[in-house]
Design a protein around this ligand. Structure first.
Ligand code: NAP
Ligand code: ZN
Ligand code: ZN
Length: 353
């Protein structure tokens, strides 16, 4: 069967319109495709940036925009050549649904750095149906099995969904910079990404310090695995850690003062940005020159590493702390996300769509 089918979805028709129900087309599964009935989809701050066209200069939004790249669901149909999945299996999809598969990055499993760009799960040219790809705020998705992940049985499916973006985006840099025992690691911001960063850094054996602007998150940060919590608005508390960090992971979604954190990194230590504020962030170069510090960025993670991260979560009893919401609460959730009021990831129960 080659005819596309209709799926329910939630999307935005302009940068200022609220999210609302709509119908979209999904391709019929080809020989290597998996068709998934979506059960849960996490709400990433990137969804909000993209829906509101805040990344216009880099990735302009095409409307209607159906976001969602933290997808978990049940396989309902597979193509003739699919070997990894069968109907009834739990499966997951993250931020990418394809890539060129031939460039050196793809060959090494770094599909997120594909030379011609990976096909992102939403708002990216769709090779199959023309138009753009539509994300996981939907009842169904069809994805090549090479970009579909296995969800370990030990992880609750709703709590697994945010691992597909918030999880891999924090796991990947912590692994790349070889964070582990004996390291002092800072995580900046306790939101979706930040709370996963705290859990992973702790599980990897580091001494974990959480930086927050929200005094009310202190107890949660300690419960989630931080050894110390620093209120970043308190300059004395910040300076008490000057020049002491091996590694700082910055997950903040808005423009903020990077220099205040760079000052806390030790000689030859690194600070890595994963937060993606819409506007440029000011940088005083002396924070880098003194102590030969490094400033870097990191984007999600490859498919192989995403599976490794899911298996690591199963082994260490890690999952996201979530607030499960009905589709009718999505616009409210976006407002709360903007206010830093999330504990610590909204996940849409897709049965309510
Ligand atoms: P989130 O859940 O909204 O968390 C962001 C946290 O940043 C907030 O909870 C808050 O923590 C802190 N924060 C917000 N505004 C702030 C401000 N003005 N000053 C200082 N701190 C502030 O967002 P998320 O889903 O974790 O995403 C975080 C960022 O990462 C977004 O920009 C997103 O687009 C980006 N992202 C990047 C990648 C990648 O591949 N690099 C992947 C996914 C997401 P406190 O209350 O603790 O201060
Ligand atoms: Zn995301
Ligand atoms: Zn490639």
């Amino acid at each position: 069967m080659t005819t596309p089918f209709t799926a329910k979805a939630i999307g935005a028709s302009s940068p200022t319109s609220p999210l609302a129900p709509l119908s979209i087309q999904r391709r019929a599964p080809g020989p290597t495709d998996v068709q998934i009935e979506i059960l849960f989809c996490g709400v990433c701050h990137s969804d909000l940036h993209q829906v509101r066209d805040e990344w216009k200069s880099v990735m302009p939004t095409v409307y209607p925009c159906v976001p969602g790249h933290e997808v978990v669901g049940r396989v309902v149909r597979v193509g003739a050549n699919v070997t990894k999945f069968k109907a009834g299996d739990m499966a997951a999809v993250g931020c990418m649904v394809d890539s060129c598969r031939t460039c050196p990055e793809c060959m090494e499993g770094n599909e997120q750095y594909c030379h011609t760009m990976p096909t992102f799960t939403y708002n990216f040219p769709d090779k199959h149906l023309n138009g753009v790809t539509y994300g996981g705020y939907s009842s169904a998705i069809v994805v090549d099995e090479a970009f579909t992940l296995r969800v370990p049985k030990q992880i609750d499916p709703a709590r697994a969904a945010p691992l597909l973006c918030a999880g891999i985006t924090t796991y990947s840099p912590l692994r790349h910079w070889k964070v582990g025992k004996g390291h002092k690691v800072g995580i900046v911001g306790l939101g979706g990404l930040g709370h996963m960063g705290v859990k992973f850094a702790r599980a990897m054996g580091a001494h974990v310090v959480l930086f927050t602007t929200s005094p009310g998150k202190r107890e949660d940060a300690l419960r989630l695995g931080a050894h110390e919590v620093v209120l970043s608005k308190d300059p004395a508390a910040m300076m008490a850690h000057a020049g002491s960090f091996d590694f700082i992971l910055d997950t903040v979604s808005a423009v903020h003062d990077l220099n205040a954190y760079l000052e806390l990194v030790k000689r030859d230590g690194s600070m890595v940005l994963v937060g993606a504020p819409a506007e440029p962030v000011p940088l005083g170069v002396f924070s880098l020159l003194f102590k030969r510090r490094r400033l870097a960025g990191s984007a999600i993670g490859g498919i192989r590493e995403t599976q490794e991260m899911l298996d690591f979560c199963a082994e260490h009893g890690i999952a996201s702390d979530i607030e499960l919401i009905g589709a009718n609460k999505l616009n409210e959730a976006y407002t709360r996300l903007l206010n830093g009021d999330v504990k610590y990831r909204f996940v849409i129960d897709m049965a309510t769509i």
